[in-house]
Design a protein around this ligand. Structure first.
Ligand SMILES: [Zn+2]
Length: 303
């Protein structure tokens, strides 16, 4: 089974779980400290990749994991995780307590955007997680990694109202989930990720400003990988979000799908002007759901 694991200093592993069977789409992280933890699990269909990577590192039991938020590309495999590892528990926003044991509502909400057929094929069906395997997070809660190292949960809404980021002060790494946006391999810029129903610029910028006050060395993104130069990337994300909102705001009469086509074309032009190579542009464009972005922005503008 294919694997792509990168070891960083301070016992942090980045594991590509080959979301939708593609490389560079979804990273999970494993902090192999005295008391280890897994961050994110990925969708159900990625679970076999995650397990084979962990096993290749000699990790045959994972006691606990932390999920950034309740979107299915991040938590689809949680039910598999608690089934595979005895006594495994998962840290997550309190809404997890409502949705993980009964994931039908999450499934329906996402099917309405992607279609059920697409979801089954690409992310896979989800299994329920028993209530007793769920630990709800509190803002600024410190999760001990052993040896006086902590992972701090920081509530970070804006992309989703149930979003936490996780800060490892010891390494200066902030596990961002989707709070920043997308950085696909070889891109050193951030592409916004602003889905409905929760995207809200003011709330997201407050979160990013709060996170900017931390002493940061690295940002670890779900989509995708660990990046240095954190403060520049946060600034870059904010600027891109502003211009995307402006762009959509200037197209009030277009349908969502027509606006999505215009947005896509405009982005390709912008990336080309910036001198970005074709492969990188294709990677961003082919792996983005522009209509969802349009809906997220319009929903924000109308609230
Ligand atoms: Zn995501």
């Amino acid at each position: 089974m294919k694997q792509d694991i990168k070891q960083f200093s301070n016992d942090i592993y980045q594991i590509d779980v080959f979301m939708e069977d593609k490389p560079g789409r979804m990273s999970c992280y494993y902090i192999d400290s005295t008391d280890p933890i897994l961050i994110e699990v990925g969708p159900s269909n990625s679970f076999a990749y995650l397990i084979s990577s962990l096993e290749s590192l000699g990790i045959n039991n994972v006691n606990r994991s932390a999920m950034t938020h309740l979107h299915l590309d991040h938590i689809g495999g949680v039910g598999h995780l608690v089934e595979k590892y005895k006594n495994h528990f998962v840290y997550i926003h309190e809404l997890g307590l409502k949705h993980l044991p009964n994931p039908e509502k999450l499934w329906k909400a996402v099917s309405s955007i992607y279609t059920e057929e697409w979801l089954k094929k690409n992310w896979g069906e989800i299994k329920p997680t028993p209530v007793e395997n769920i630990h709800t997070l509190k803002d600024e809660q410190k999760i001990s990694l052993g040896n006086q190292r902590n992972l701090q949960a920081i509530y970070g809404p804006g992309h989703a109202k149930h979003h936490y980021t996780f800060y490892d002060e010891f390494s200066g790494t902030l596990f961002m989930g989707d709070t920043l946006g997308l950085i696909y391999p070889h891109g050193d810029f951030v592409q916004p990720n602003l889905p409905p129903p929760d995207f809200n610029k003011e709330i997201l910028f407050d979160t990013l400003d709060k996170l900017s006050k931390l002493e940061l060395k690295y940002l670890a993104l779900a989509h995708f990988g660990i990046h240095s130069d954190p403060y520049r990337l946060i600034q870059n994300a904010k600027e891109s979000i502003e211009v995307w909102i402006q762009f959509i705001n200037n197209l009030p009469t277009l349908s969502d799908s027509d606006a999505a086509k215009k947005l896509k074309k405009w982005i390709v032009t912008n990336y080309t002007v910036l001198g970005i190579d074709k492969n990188t542009i294709d990677n961003y464009i082919n792996n983005s759901h522009f209509e969802m972005q349009v809906r997220g922005i319009k929903n924000y503008l109308n609230t």
